[in-house]
Design a binder for this molecule. Structure first.
Ligand SMILES: [Zn+2]
Length: 113
């Protein structure tokens, strides 16, 4: 997994990353360009409310599609909802990628060569 160092824009890869202590998450992932260490975002399982949202939206889409088909409402009701949903997901994704690397506060002394 490649990450761009927020401090010096160095591209950190699994080949060049610094690792002073693999057991300590504060010292396990460092930028070889400036010696700043980062806490990697964890791959946490999706929380229950994520699945509630997914199911809720699937239900909502079904209901709207049903209204459009049966009641003869405009099909733009459906596409309007889909567009709004896509926008919300896009904004959420942009916000999520913003806080990817977190400075762990640890600095390596071995970055000056
Ligand atoms: Zn750096």
């Amino acid at each position: 997994m490649a990450n761009k160092c927020p401090n010096c824009n160095f591209k950190i890869t699994s080949r060049n990353q610094l690792c002073d202590d693999y057991r300590d998450p504060n010292k396990a992932y460092g930028c070889p360009g400036c010696g700043t260490f980062y806490i990697l975002p964890k791959n946490q399982p999706k929380p229950w409310y994520y699945w509630v949202l997914v199911l809720g939206n699937a239900l909502m889409i079904g209901v709207i599609w049903n209204i459009v088909q049966v009641k003869g409402a405009t099909v733009w009701l459906f596409w309007g909802y889909m567009t709004a949903l896509a926008l919300v997901l896009l904004v959420k994704k942009l916000l999520a990628t913003k806080k990817e690397l977190q400075d762990s506060g640890y600095r390596s002394a071995a970055a000056n060569d």
